[in-house]
Write a protein that binds this ligand. Structure first.
Ligand code: GLC
Length: 536
C-alpha cells in the first residue's frame, strides 16, 4: 500500500523558542534547551516540530524582525547548535520545520540599511518606498497590523517606507525579481542543511496592490477593535499575484525530497483554499485557524467541519490548528472542562493537527503584570486585550524553581500553578491532560481511519457532536458533549460499538444507556477489524 506523506499522517507541534527550555541561564529558551527536551516530544508522540524564528534579530517583534536570514541569534545558540538539534531530532524520526518570515526584514537588516541610504541605491526597490501626499500625509490609508499608519517617513531621503507591522519591520518588495531570488536562496540555505520545511509567516500579505490604492472603510468597525480593523484589507492582502509567488516557493522546495510548505493565512475558507494553488502546487497546508475563532458549540463546529470539507479542492489535504503564539490559548478560550474535548477533536478530525506547546499541560491565560509586558502590539494598543504575552509564557517541566525552565530570571513570568501543573507531575498520571494527549496520539497512530481516513459529520443535536472516521472496513465514531450536563447518545451506530477512549480516561466501556457525562468526549470503534486493534 502506498504510504501517505509524513505531513499527512503526522502531528505538528509548535515550539515558541523563547519559552520552551533555557540551557544557559539567561531566562530565554534556546536550541540546546529544545535538544535536551526531545525525549518529551518523542514520548508525546508528535512527528514534527515547528520552531518560531531563531535568526539574528533585534527582537522588536521577538524574532519576527530578522536582520540575517542565514544564521542563528546568539540568544538561541549557534549554527552548530542548530545542526546538532536537527541531527538529534532526525535520529528520533522527528522533523524540523522553520519559520520563514518573507514579508519583512528588520530595519537593521543590511539590505534595508542600503535601501534607505539613498534613492539611487541598488537595493532601493527591495523595499516599498513612496512619496507622501501633499500636506505631509502618508502615501495611502493603510494601517499597520500593530496600529498606526503602515508608513514611516524617512527624512534622509524624503520618502515613506511601508511596514505592515512595526516601523522596525519594513516590508520587502516581492514584485522585485532580485528580492525573490535572494529570498529563495534563504530557503535553499536551510533546505541544504536538512530542514524538513517552512511555515511561511503572513503568507497572504506578501504582495500588495501594484497601485497601492486606499482600502475602503469597514462599515462594521467598532472602537473597541484593533485599529487594523478600521479598513477592509482589500488592497494590502490576498492579491491575485500571490499564487504565482507561492508556487515559486513551492518549486524551490520540490527540488528537494519530502519537504513541506505551510502558509500562515487568516482568511475565510473560500479564500484560504486557493492557497493550495493551481494543481495543488501551492502550500501543502494553508493553516486552517477556524477552530481558534469558532463559538465552542456542537452545531457551530459541525458546520465548520462541513464547510471546510466542502471548500477543499480535490486532493487538497486538510489541517486544523488549535492554538499558536498569537492567539489566546485553547484552555483560556473554551475553559478547562472543554479543553479535553478540544484535544480529542483536534486529534480525531480529518487533516494534519497542529498543537501549541503547553496546551497539553492545560496552560490557560497566564497573568502578566504590566511591568513584565513585552508584546509590542499590546504596547501600541494598550487596554483592548490584544497582548500575546499570556500565551507565550515558559513551559512547565517540574515543580522546582521556575518550573525547571531556567535557573535565571524568566523573560516572561510563569503560571503560578506550575508547582503542580508540570510535566514531571502529570506525565505519568494517565488521567492528566498530557496523559490524554499522549493516548490520543497513540490511538490516532494506531487507526488509519483517524490519521488518513474519510470523515463524515453524523449529527450535532442536543450539544453533542458526532462524526465518523473510516478507512477500508475500519470505522470509528467520535462523540463530544459540549454541555456540562450528561447527554444521551442517539446515534444508532453506537449500539454495536465499543469505547476506545473517554476524555475522562476512567472508563473504557459505556453502559447500555449510552450516555456521555457532562463535558465528556469518547471514541468508539465500530468495525470488527478496528475492534480487534482497539485494545489498550
Ligand atoms: C505573524 C506572526 C506574529 C508576528 C507577525 C509579524 O502573524 O505569527 O507573531 O508578530 O507575523 O511577523
Amino acid at each position: 500500500m502506498l504510504q501517505e506523506a509524513w505531513w499527512k499522517r503526522g502531528i505538528i507541534y509548535e515550539i515558541y523558542a523563547r519559552s520552551f527550555q533555557d540551557s544557559n541561564d539567561d531566562g530565554i529558551g534556546d536550541l540546546n534547551g529544545i535538544r535536551e527536551r526531545l525525549d518529551y516530544l518523542t514520548w508525546l508522540g508528535v512527528d514534527a516540530v515547528w520552531i518560531s524564528p531563531i535568526f539574528p534579530s533585534p527582537m522588536a517583534d521577538f524574532g519576527y524582525d530578522i536582520s540575517n536570514y542565514c544564521d542563528i541569534d546568539p540568544v538561541f545558540g549557534t549554527l552548530t547548535d542548530f545542526d546538532a538539534l536537527l541531527q538529534e531530532a532526525h535520529r528520533r524520526g522527528l522533523k524540523i520545520i522553520l519559520d520563514y518570515v518573507p514579508n519583512h526584514t528588520s530595519d537593521e537588516h543590511p539590505w534595508f540599511a542600503e535601501s534607505r541610504s539613498s534613492r539611487n541605491n541598488a537595493k532601493r526597490h527591495w523595499y516599498i518606498w513612496r512619496d507622501g501626499k501633499p500636506g505631509g500625509l502618508p502615501p495611502n490609508n493603510w494601517v499597520s497590523q500593530f496600529a498606526g499608519s503602515a508608513w514611516t517617513f524617512d527624512p534622509d531621503t524624503n520618502q515613506y517606507y511601508l511596514h505592515s507591522f512595526l516601523s522596525k519591520q519594513p516590508d520587502l518588495n516581492w514584485r522585485n525579481r532580485e528580492v525573490r531570488e535572494a529570498m529563495f536562496q534563504v530557503l535553499r540555505f536551510w533546505l541544504d542543511r536538512g530542514v524538513d520545511g517552512f511555515r511561511v509567516d503572513v503568507a497572504w500579505l506578501l504582495i500588495k496592490d501594484a497601485a497601492l490604492r486606499d482600502n475602503p472603510l469597514n462599515p462594521d468597525f467598532r472602537a473597541t477593535q484593533p485599529a487594523i480593523n478600521r479598513y477592509l484589507s482589500l488592497y494590502n492582502a490576498d492579491q491575485p499575484e500571490i499564487h504565482d509567488l507561492i508556487a515559486q516557493m513551492r518549486a524551490v522546495l520540490d527540488a528537494y525530497s519530502d519537504r513541506i510548505l505551510i502558509g500562515e493565512i487568516y482568511l475565510p475558507f473560500s479564500r484560504l483554499v486557493t492557497y493550495y494553488g493551481q494543481n495543488l502546487m501551492g502550500a501543502h497546508l494553508p493553516f486552517n485557524f477556524a477552530l481558534i475563532h469558532v463559538a465552542w458549540r456542537a452545531q457551530e463546529i459541525a458546520t465548520l467541519i462541513m464547510d471546510y470539507e466542502k471548500a477543499l479542492p480535490p486532493g487538497g489535504w486538510p489541517n486544523w490548528v488549535l492554538g499558536n503564539h498569537d492567539q489566546p490559548r485553547v484552555a483560556a478560550r473554551v475553559g478547562a472542562a472543554q479543553a479535553r474535548n478540544a484535544a480529542m477533536l483536534l486529534l480525531t478530525l480529518r487533516g494534519t493537527p497542529t498543537m501549541y506547546y503547553g496546551d497539553e499541560l492545560g496552560l490557560a491565560r497566564v497573568s502578566v503584570p504590566p511591568e513584565f509586558a513585552k508584546d509590542p502590539w499590546a504596547k501600541n494598543e494598550p487596554g483592548i486585550g490584544v497582548s500575546r504575552d499570556p500565551c507565550r509564557t515558559p513551559f512547565q517541566w517540574t515543580g522546582a524553581a521556575n518550573a525547571g525552565f531556567t535557573t535565571g530570571r524568566p523573560w516572561l513570568p510563569l503560571d503560578p500553578d506550575y508547582r503542580t501543573q508540570n510535566v514531571e507531575c502529570l506525565q505519568h498520571d494517565r488521567h492528566s491532560l498530557p496523559g490524554l494527549y499522549h493516548r490520543l496520539i497513540e490511538i490516532r497512530k494506531r487507526h488509519r481511519a483517524l490519521s488518513i481516513g474519510d470523515a463524515r459529520v453524523i449529527s450535532a443535536d442536543d450539544d453533542v457532536l458526532i462524526y465518523e472516521r473510516s478507512h477500508g472496513s475500519e470505522k470509528l465514531v467520535i462523540a463530544l458533549n459540549f454541555a456540562p450536563e450528561s447527554r444521551r447518545l442517539s446515534a444508532p451506530q453506537l449500539t454495536a460499538s465499543s469505547m476506545v477512549l473517554s476524555t475522562s480516561m476512567d472508563r473504557e466501556e459505556m453502559a447500555s444507556d449510552l450516555k456521555l457525562r457532562g463535558n465528556e468526549g469518547a471514541i468508539f470503534v465500530l468495525s470488527p477489524q478496528g475492534r480487534s486493534g482497539a485494545g489498550a
